[in-house]
Design a protein around this ligand. Structure first.
Ligand SMILES: NC(=O)c1ccc[n+]([C@@H]2O[C@H](COP(=O)([O-])OP(=O)(O)OC[C@H]3O[C@@H](n4cnc5c(N)ncnc54)[C@H](OP(=O)(O)O)[C@@H]3O)[C@@H](O)[C@H]2O)c1
Length: 271
């Protein structure tokens, strides 16, 4: 695999750098990072042998593999800087939220471009990434992208870019929905008499155990729920109450609102 260059080493960039080194995509010395100012992540990575540069201009020659992890508001300057260093052999993987393939293609005309939506559990290599490529991406480059993005958890490709907006609404924002449920479990536990510390543990361990159980089980979420729900029992009392309030359709309405917002944020800004 080509030696990667990572542009932007903040929260997500450092996660990506650590994951690709730890999972053996490249050695620390084979990775180059471009980051405007030294930060604790670049300091640690440079101590382990990774080359850190301040500007894209400091890179020599054409780029084979570029990972872009700067904030969307910095995209214009970064894309302008790397444009002259990319050609049809360059694979660019962008994780910038809301920066569409059309925008990336406009600046990086010849490159093979992949747009990816990761999520925060990538930080513990339990993430979910969904990605989509432009028409120039070769089969080999898709294999490369799959290996790189899988270092942070699980990853799959979608054909249509609109599904990146859909993934943003489900897996991108999804951790926040789960934390929202944790908040409700915690508040409910306190209301029922537990201490705050006990309530925290009850909420987080219940979600952790259920997630791992779901991951390891062949059963669907519905089936797993059925196994906890005995006729006339306590769980049924709660889920009947949720159903009477249309909780599931309220949640799905929220996911749709996030999807629509993602589409809106990806539209070109009026100048
Ligand atoms: N965090 C998430 O959960 C998440 C999830 C999905 C997607 N993303 C996407 O991931 C991207 C990165 O997010 P983040 O939270 O990691 O942001 P971040 O912590 O701000 O990291 C971005 C880094 O890029 C640096 N940078 C800016 N312009 C640069 C340039 N021209 N050359 C080199 N480095 C430059 C910034 O330096 P300065 O701070 O000095 O400007 C910063 O250290 C965003 O586009 C975001 O949409 C994030």
């Amino acid at each position: 695999m080509a030696k990667p260059v990572l542009v932007g080493c903040g929260n997500m960039g450092s996660v990506l750098a650590d994951a690709i080194i730890q999972k053996g995509i490249c050695a620390a010395e084979e990775l180059t990072i471009v980051e405007k100012y030294q930060n604790p992540y670049t300091k640690r990575l440079s101590e382990n042998g990774t080359r850190i540069l301040e500007n894209v201009g400091d890179l020599s020659g054409m780029l084979d593999l570029v990972l872009i992890a700067v904030k969307p508001q910095d995209s214009e300057s970064v894309l302008a800087e790397i444009a002259s260093k990319t050609d049809e052999k360059t694979l660019v993987i962008s994780i910038m939220a809301g920066i569409t393939l059309a925008v990336l293609e406009e600046k990086l005309t010849w490159a093979q471009i992949i747009r990816c939506m990761p999520n925060t559990p990538c930080a513990i290599q339990m993430g979910m990434s969904v990605y989509c490529g432009n028409s120039s991406v070769s089969d080999q480059s898709y294999v490369t992208a799959q290996s790189i993005l899988s270092t942070m958890g699980r990853a799959f490709r979608v054909e249509k870019e609109i599904m990146i907006d859909a993934a943003t609404a489900i897996s991108g924002s999804g951790p926040a929905y789960v934390f929202y449920l944790a908040e409700a479990l915690k508040e409910g536990a306190i209301k029922l008499g537990f201490t705050e510390k006990q309530a925290d543990l009850l909420a987080s361990q219940t979600i952790l155990g259920s997630s791992i159980l779901m991951d390891r089980s062949e059963d669907s979420p519905e089936e797993l729920r059925r196994k906890v729900t005995s006729p006339g029992g306590t769980t049924l009392e709660a889920t009947n109450y949720f159903d009477s309030k249309n909780l599931k359709s309220i949640l799905i309405g929220g996911f749709e609102a996030a999807f629509n917002r993602s589409i809106e944020l990806g539209k070109p800004k009026k100048k």
